[in-house]
Write a protein that binds this ligand. Structure first.
Ligand SMILES: Nc1ncnc2c1ncn2[C@@H]1O[C@H](COP(=O)(O)OP(=O)(O)O)[C@@H](O)[C@H]1O
Ligand SMILES: [Mg+2]
Length: 227
């Protein structure tokens, strides 16, 4: 479903080249729960941005659902992103003036849905994350854990095949973080492909497969050890 081959991302900063990713090879199958761990600056977000079609690699190839997307234009990438990928970020990225319901409904416009359909999908998504009684709240009226659950509802409302989460528990206390991870597990159990970026080895243990990045390279990889 996601295949990266000899993928590199190099940023040019004045005279200096920063190898944010170097020669990364990854295969993620449909239904995988794939974790990416590594210290700050190791290239995790750069990898997520490329997998999520927010950015393109400098070298190497990226196949998504059998189609090579490494060379596509911004307009083509937007279409893929809106249809196939749901994003969850560390800082929630909710729109402060909109209610939880409107935050979840808004991106569905780009999937060409009418109002009633958007309302139905958004309500259903908020129910799935246990926020049916918070739909009319604005982000400031919600706890951090609730805001992240709204963000997850927004990510899943359009029913994308892939969910990308970049440090989704990074700004949460441990019990809210566990609630968020429980939702992630549940989504994966429903066959969503999940890519979780984290520097928390405990969160990564819940994944079926993991890699660790160091200085832009894959330095270790493994599978969940079943007890
Ligand atoms: N837009 C950019 N321009 C220049 N350098 C960048 C940019 N984005 C990231 N980098 C550099 O690439 C490396 C990897 O960054 P990042 O992917 O954000 O790491 P992580 O998410 O693991 O903390 C870092 O050295 C960072 O400074
Ligand atoms: Mg990061």
């Amino acid at each position: 479903m996601i295949r990266l081959e000899a993928l590199s991302k190099v940023y040019q900063m004045g005279d200096v080249k920063v190898k944010a990713l170097w020669d990364v090879n990854i295969n993620i199958e449909e239904g995988d729960f794939f974790a990416v761990i590594g210290p700050s600056g190791s290239g995790k977000s750069t990898l997520m941005n490329i997998i999520g079609c927010l950015d393109v690699p400098t070298y190497g190839k990226y196949w998504l659902n059998g189609r090579e997307v490494s060379h596509l234009s911004d307009n083509q990438l937007v279409v893929i992103r809106n249809r196939d990928i749901g994003f969850v970020f560390q800082s929630f990225n909710l729109m402060p003036r909109l209610t939880a319901l409107d935050n979840v409904m808004r991106p569905l416009i780009y999937r060409g849905m009418g109002y009633r359909e958007r309302l139905r999908c958004a309500r259903q998504a908020l129910e799935r994350v246990g926020l049916e009684d918070r739909m009319d709240h604005r982000p400031t009226q919600l706890s951090g854990g609730e805001q992240q659950r709204v963000a997850i509802a927004r990510a899943i409302a359009g029913d994308p095949a892939i969910i990308l989460a970049d440090e989704p528990t990074g700004n949460l206390d441990s019990s809210s973080g566990q609630a968020v991870m429980a939702i992630m597990q549940e989504l994966n159990a429903q066959r969503k492909t999940l890519v979780l970026i984290t520097h928390d080895p405990e969160a990564a243990k819940q994944a079926s497969r993991w890699i660790s990045l160091l200085d832009g390279r894959v330095n270790k990889e493994g599978k969940k050890v079943l007890a």
